[in-house]
Design a protein. Structure first.
Length: 99
């Protein structure tokens, strides 16, 4: 998995590529660790994400909980068809802001 980061004022964009699964989910958690405090918006760019497992979904829900507590938002952008299908099957497309 690859993770690139772009920070602009109170917004953090994480550009995630490859596979987000049990082996790589901790890597995404570490990439955001300590960077979410004070943010108003967390953007997850999934244009290069090929696969997401339940472990990856758990990380997204954890990010949403953190951002909700500080009255911020999580936006998931550029979702591939494979990942979009997982969001639809699990119902997360109704919980997460997917653009």
């Amino acid at each position: 998995m690859t993770i690139d980061e772009v920070r602009e004022q109170d917004q953090l964009t994480l550009i995630v590529g490859g596979r987000l699964d049990t082996a790589t989910a901790p890597q995404l958690e570490r990439a955001a660790e300590g960077r979410l405090e004070g943010l108003q918006k967390l953007v997850l760019d999934f244009s290069d994400l090929e696969y997401i497992s339940s472990a990856g979904l758990r990380v997204l829900l954890a990010f949403r909980r953190i951002m909700d507590k500080q009255k911020g938002t999580v936006v998931v952008t550029s979702v591939t068809e494979n990942v979009r299908e997982v969001f639809a099957i699990t119902g997360l497309n109704k919980i997460l802001n997917i653009q």
